[in-house]
Structures are given as structure tokens and as C-alpha cells.
Design a protein around this ligand. Structure first.
Ligand code: SIN
Ligand code: CO
Length: 391
């Protein structure tokens, strides 16, 4: 179902100077720094100390559906272990030079979601996840570069960041992680709790813990052309049917029976050249692909609840997208966790708000005129599938 919408999110919110960005507006940040040059922001989140203890982080790293890595540097050798870990793995670790990294902490904690919301001046389609790391003195992942933008927010403790816009990005052979062969420090900063460093893709960096240190990385996704092409071809296969069949009424005897003739190549080539797509197909593909949960994600299914009981609770408490849900809009269609959603035209305002803010509070349900039976039924289905929860 497609609807035209005149709804525009108030762009004023992105024209205000933000402490998070060191007193510049989101608009100036995007124009001057995003994808262009590093930015160090002292006191980006004043009083920020993080919301996980090292023990809680290790607890997450022991869970089945959480992606985590333990990296150690012993006797000049890098080692990488993938989680989930047994609790005993965290007993008797060396006093220094290791780090534990946990991906997608935003799938598990409200505080992590609240933190990511502060970065909503970047479209959700670009946001990947919140990774949290813990390292004792000297720990880190070594000098490397990433292919995507990242905000490195310091939680508790301190970390020295060395950065370099060097051209030589050759990697150490045989290491289990991507370590730069040659790293030439151009700038060095010590970040304390609440300080943040923004790095565009391909800026070499090396973070070294100074004492116990936790870093919160807000990472973005930037699919490669290879990945997009592969996924889009899968999409076309699922969404298109082709009725034409190869035919050869003018077949003539060939000298070599084993040869695929030039005529056959030309005919198949012209059949394939008939494959066309437009922006609407690409928007539909992106809506599905970018809202699709990663393969390891499992939604938590709540206990059954009747429709009337659900509606009562929704109106009283409000609802929110569950932490693992992604609701995106593309070309006037909406996509929830990889699937296009169908709703009545009257509900679009609420759906857009839920997509933008990830919550609908009880205030949003005061005016009965806003809420159709179809909307309540749809939300009830989402709730039972674990895609939304109560606030
Ligand atoms: C870390 O938190 O130690 C690693 C972050 C990064 O370098 O991308
Ligand atoms: Co990095």
C-alpha cells in the first residue's frame, strides 16, 4: 500500500547547536565533518560514565545471541577469540593488554537505545549498532582502520587515541585481526569519560587503554557495491517472474556439438538485457534489506494477550519498538524487520512517529480519532511477534 505524505519531521531540531557535537549544529557537522574529517569533542555527554560495568559486559559476552570478541596481545602476538564465552574464560586473564568487545548492546539495554537516539540526525538506515569495549591498562584492538564512520565515546576511565590520515593502509600478514603494518601517529588525544572522537572511514586509529577503560562505539553501516548487487539480484529473483523461454526455430547443424554457439550467447544476452528496474524497485529492495534483522537475532515473544487487554495497556502505557526492531520508510511504504507493512491511510501519522521516535506515548492515543481498529489490530500482531513492547 502506498500513501502520499506531507509530513515533515521538524528540521529545526537539527539546526540547534548540540553539546554532543561540541556546540555545532547537526547540519554543520554533516557539512563539515561527516565522511570528511575527524572531530574531537570534549564533554560531548557531560557526566557520562557509561551504563555497563565490566562484569555486566562480560555477562553479555556469555549470552548465546550476543556477538563478542576477546582480543589479547601476548609476547607481540595478537590473538582473537569469538564469543559466546564461558564465565570461566574471564577468570585469570592477564593484568593488561587485552580487550573484550561486545556488538549490538542496543539490542539489550534501554540506556543504549537512549544513547543511539541522540545520533538520530543520521538516518537510521545508516546506523549499525552500539559496540561496547572494556580493556585494562594497555588494552585495545591495535592500529587499524575501519570502512565506516564511527563515534568513539569514552565511558569510564581514559583512553589515548592516536590517529593518522596516512595513505599506507597495508595490513600485517597472518594476524587474526586487521592490524596496520605501519602506523604513523599524526595526532594524539587522551579521552576521559564523556569525551568523544568522530572518525570518518579509513582514518587510521589506535586506542590504548590508560588504566581500566570502557569505550562506546556508535558505528554506521555502509554496504559495499558487491553486497548490494548480490542482495538486489536475490530480491529480483524473489519478486520477478519471467515468462520468456529460450527458443531456436532457426537452429542449424553445428560443426561441434559441444559448442555453445554465438547465436545462443546473443539470444540469452538479449533476454538478460530485458531485465530492467526503476527507483521504486530499488526503494522497495532497500526498505526490505535495510530493515532486515541480522541472521543471529531472535525476537523475544511475550505471553499471549487478548486484543482488548492489549489496547487498554497500549493506551495507558504507550508502546515502543522492541530493541531489535527496525522500522523504516522508503518511497511512501513502511518496512518492519524486512517486511513491507500494510495499514489504513488514517494510521500513517502514528506509524511515521513510531518509526522516527521509536515510541508512541499514552499522549499519542488521547485522541480517539487518531486510532483506527485496524491500527490497534496491527499493533497487537506486532506485539505478539515481539516487534513492539509496552513502554
Ligand atoms: C575499541 O573500543 O577498543 C575499538 C574501537 C575501534 O577502534 O573501532
Ligand atoms: Co576502529
Amino acid at each position: 500500500m502506498r500513501y502520499h505524505t506531507n509530513m515533515k519531521k521538524n528540521s529545526n531540531s537539527h539546526s540547534k547547536p548540540l553539546t554532543l557535537l561540541g556546540g555545532i549544529t547537526a547540519e554543520s557537522f554533516l557539512k563539515e565533518y561527516w565522511h570528511k574529517k575527524p572531530l574531537l569533542i570534549r564533554g560531548a555527554i557531560p557526566e557520562f560514565k557509561g551504563f555497563l560495568t565490566p562484569n555486566e559486559l562480560a555477562g553479555l559476552a556469555c549470552e548465546e545471541d550476543v556477538q563478542s570478541r576477546l582480543i589479547t596481545y601476548v609476547k607481540k602476538e595478537w590473538k582473537l577469540e569469538q564469543g559466546p564465552f564461558a564465565e570461566k574464560r574471564f577468570v585469570n586473564l592477564p593484568e593488561r593488554d587485552w580487550t573484550l568487545l561486545v556488538q549490538s548492546v542496543n539490542h539489550h539495554l534501554q540506556e543504549a537505545n537512549d544513547l543511539l537516539q541522540q545520533f538520530n540526525f543520521i538516518p537510521y538506515a545508516r546506523l549499525d549498532d552500539l559496540m561496547v569495549s572494556y580493556a585494562p591498562d594497555g588494552g585495545g584492538v591495535g592500529p587499524h582502520f575501519d570502512s565506516y564512520d564511527v563515534f568513539l565515546l569514552q565511558g569510564c576511565g581514559q583512553r589515548v587515541w592516536r590517529i593518522s590520515e596516512q595513505k599506507d593502509l597495508s595490513l600485517l600478514d597472518g594476524a587474526p585481526l586487521r592490524i596496520l603494518k605501519n602506523f604513523n601517529t599524526e595526532q594524539e588525544f587522551t579521552l576521559s569519560a564523556g569525551d568523544m572522537l568522530y572518525l570518518p572511514p579509513h582514518v587510521a586509529h589506535w586506542g590504548i587503554a590508560v588504566g581500566d577503560c570502557m569505550t562506546y562505539s556508535i558505528g554506521f553501516r555502509a554496504p559495499t557495491a558487491q553486497e548490494l548487487a548480490g542482495e538486489f539480484l536475490n530480491y529480483l529473483q524473489e519478486h520477478r517472474s519471467f515468462s520468456e523461454r529460450y527458443s531456436d526455430p532457426n537452429l542449424s547443424v553445428q560443426e561441434h556439438s559441444a559448442e555453445i554457439s554465438d547465436d545462443m550467447v546473443k539470444q540469452v544476452s538479449s533476454m538478460l538485457n530485458g531485465l530492467r528496474w526503476n527507483d521504486a524497485d530499488v526503494a522497495d529492495f532497500l526498505g526490505q534489506y535495510l530493515s532486515e534483522p541480522k541472521s543471529h537475532i531472535v525476537f523475544d515473544i511475550p505471553k499471549n494477550m487478548s486484543l482488548p487487554a492489549f489496547e487498554k495497556r497500549m493506551r495507558a502505557d504507550g508502546i515502543q519498538l522492541s530493541f531489535k526492531s527496525q522500522l523504516l520508510k522508503a518511497a511512501n511504504c513502511y518496512y518492519l524487520n524486512g517486511e513491507v507493512i500494510v495499514f489504513d491511510a488514517d494510521s500513517e501519522r502514528l506509524i511515521m512517529k513510531l518509526a522516527d521516535d521509536r515510541v508512541l506515548s499514552s499522549h499519542d492515543f488521547y485522541d480517539d480519532a487518531n486510532i483506527s481498529d485496524a491500527f490497534v489490530a496491527e499493533m497487537h500482531d506486532w506485539y505478539l511477534a515481539g516487534c513492539i513492547t509496552f513502554q
